[in-house]
Design a protein around this ligand. Sequence first.
Ligand SMILES: Cc1cc2nc3c(=O)[nH]c(=O)nc-3n(C[C@H](O)[C@H](O)[C@H](O)COP(=O)(O)OP(=O)(O)OC[C@H]3O[C@@H](n4cnc5c(N)ncnc54)[C@H](O)[C@@H]3O)c2cc1C
Length: 470
Amino acid sequence: MASEWKRNIPKARESLMEIVGESHVLCEDTLMEPYSHDESPVVKAMPDLVVRPESAQEVSRVVKTCAELGVPVVPRGLGTGLTGGSVPTFGGVVVSLERMNSVVEIDEVNMMAVVQPGIITGEFHKAVQARGLMYPPDPASLDSCSLGGNVAENAGGPHTLKYGVTRNYVTGLEVVLPSGKILRYGGKVLKNSTGYDLPHIFIGSEGTFGIVTQVTTKLIPLPPASIDLLVMFSDFEVAAQAVTKVMQAKRILPAVVEFMDRESVLCSQRALGKDLPFKPDEAQLLIQIDGYSQDSVDAQAEAVGEICVQIGAQDVLAATSQQDRDRLWKARRIIIEAAKAESARVELQDVVVPRSRIPELLMGAREICSKAEVPLLCIGHAGDGNVHFLILKKGIPDDRWEATFPAVMAELMFLALRLDGAIAGEHGIGTYKLQYLDRALGNAELEMMRRVKTAIDPQNIMNPGKAISF
Ligand SMILES: Cc1cc2nc3c(=O)[nH]c(=O)nc-3n(C[C@H](O)[C@H](O)[C@H](O)COP(=O)(O)OP(=O)(O)OC[C@H]3O[C@@H](n4cnc5c(N)ncnc54)[C@H](O)[C@@H]3O)c2cc1C
């Protein structure tokens, strides 16, 4: 990217201060440093400016100013992304949505909510749950990520298995386009076949098409009954096979089937600093059944437990007290953080395969990492075929790491492709996976993506260098 626009930064700074007020334009390195990275390893770049608008009108004026001056704009939620999406690779202005964090409306009659993009996803969950409603997409980072970031990444989570991803809940969007124009698409309607489905083109576009300034989502009644099962396996491969067996059970659709190998569980146990309410085995499945009648949920849980025992599970524990359930879920949710506490560098590979291929994926990943002698943790939303491989550098010397690690990452992605899967299940491409995109997609698809990007953002100022390269 040409850097002629860099000369325009002082002018941009002056104009942006007029729009959002001096205190919401950051220009000192110490204040901008938190906006120079996300949660991905090694992707880091300093912005030229950070701006924190508080309304769609302010976002619009900020983007218009940047477009006129040719300055790149990088939308940012809460920086929990794992592929470098909100990192200003080429510099420019980071537009942080952190101040736009309100619930605008919870419409109980239509079972819809209207929210600002900077709201923490977990806070939104609590707000709708207080009304007996549920917004199902639940990334493991829900206590620290934003709904706008979820829309931009089409985030999923453990409950994707039964309830789907962010895309399945968004019915309307307000977006500031790269020109600064504000567009509103869709609304509180459950179906809409008026022309192209434009809102959905923005979902999963990683901030490259515009800035989401308001989201309308549908809600569902909160299922009052649920049960969490922790299933222990002394054989990793049997645990992998159990995922597909459980999913084949007739008339049962678990809300969650999460996979954790022994090393992941031990790692999260060390981070919690106390024993978990179970002993770590070779691998475990965390299975949740939910529904609208406790009897039905209990009967389904029993059937699932029996399937697991038949295939070779050592033990099936039902977490009945809220305290045990919280501990189980905490142990699952903190694994990435726990791994980071033990290894300065943790690489995370997020791939997805048809769930019938889960055993091949898990066994194949183990083989790749053991050949390369790199420590691997396997976790993930295995019930929907989406697994995360965490590769820890730990004490591996830099030269051996540099010689081994890139090939390991590539092999894991190619393994997923060979198994009819995809190289990103829910964390997007960002910059982290850009070099693999041409192996994952054909020339015609890449060309179509470039043409769509160019049609929406002819100047290529909106989050340049992410999701697609030119
Ligand atoms: C411990 C941990 C666990 C995680 N677990 C999951 C998981 O289970 N499922 C999952 O899907 N992800 C998971 N993630 C990844 C991450 O939390 C999600 O990608 C999340 O959606 C990012 O939200 P954010 O607000 O932090 O966005 P950011 O990191 O700030 O940005 C992510 C992308 O969205 C764009 N963006 C942000 N806000 C907007 C907006 N308003 N308009 C347009 N573009 C915008 C940015 O430009 C960037 O490309 C996890 C991350 C961590 C650290």
